[in-house]
Design a protein. Sequence first.
Length: 398
Amino acid sequence: MLEYEDIRDLVENSDTPFYIYSEKTIKERVEKLINCFKENSYQILYAMKANANPTLIKTIVEFGLGVDACSTEEIRLALACGVDRNKIFYNSDCLTKKELNYAIENNVHITVGSIDVINCLVIHHPGVTISLRINSGIGAGHSDKVITNGESSKFGISASDIQMVISLCSAANITIEGIHSHTGSGELLTDKYIENAMVLIELSSSFNDLRFINFGGGFGYDYINDNEYDLATIHSLLNIMRNEYAINENVNFIIEPGRYVIANAGSLVTQVCSVKNIYSKKYVGLDTGYNHFPRCFYYNAWHDIYNLSSQNQETEIYDITGYLCQSGDVFARQRPLAKTTVGDFICIKDVGAYGYSMSSNFNLRTKPAEYLLKEDGAIKIIRRAENFDDILSTCELD
């Protein structure tokens, strides 16, 4: 938990809102992954869509992790952060010719999840090396909006089409170096992850040139009770399956967590602008909104919220809301909070994943600054706050 004493000077002398991340927490999470999936036959990727701040990416990849990139822009950023291109895996959807050309020219691993893209490669890039994204039909996630397998998911090639795809690739001398499938994001149970992994391992015998099997990420984070995700069970069962199906040690098992690495490393610090009663409810209004942190709005997600500055032992029940001109701009309903007054500083916890990376300029609001709390206690700015000129910089006003 972010302690007020750690950031007192920053809070009192900087504009709110702002994101702040703990370097120590990020490193601890990465080390847990490395210590669990310790065999050389494992490769760990950071899913940078969770948080793409360059300073944080550099902190993570210093441990030897690669990255899961979902756009050519993420590929460019990974390269700018010094990531070895052989450790960049491009797992995108609805790929255009331009994007394919960029990925091929930059010699990163390319995952293809559509027969249309296979046909494009056959015509324009025979001889290329790819991996296939497969929709196993087994999906899971903290919300229906983040389930990435199954009949209602747009992702991947169905198992019934795999032999046809293998034939298309073979005829064009396209090498299939890997297979990939991802159940979804944020599921706390491990059973669907393992079930999906079993499907991939069973399918692996259909491919002659496999170098890796990518089981995706989606490792859950418990925002409510702080229970740890069961990495050990995932690791143990993957090893058992490797042995039972005699998967060659030269075939890497890949995992690609994002949320697990960064979720609990981040906090959003904001200030109270309004405390008022409307009919039977008390409202706390903040100087931020879902434009800065959209998870509560998109997914009805729970995040712990606490008053950083109040010394009051008395609590009251509030609806905690943002400043946007929209009724859905609510972080929490009927949440106990230390008795709060205008000017208090409020912390929204566990916002490191899918916070800033999903932020917007809705209502023409500028995006906040990001800071890093270093292990030695120093605080470093890692992204300045936007200003109005930044928003106008892409516009033609004449």
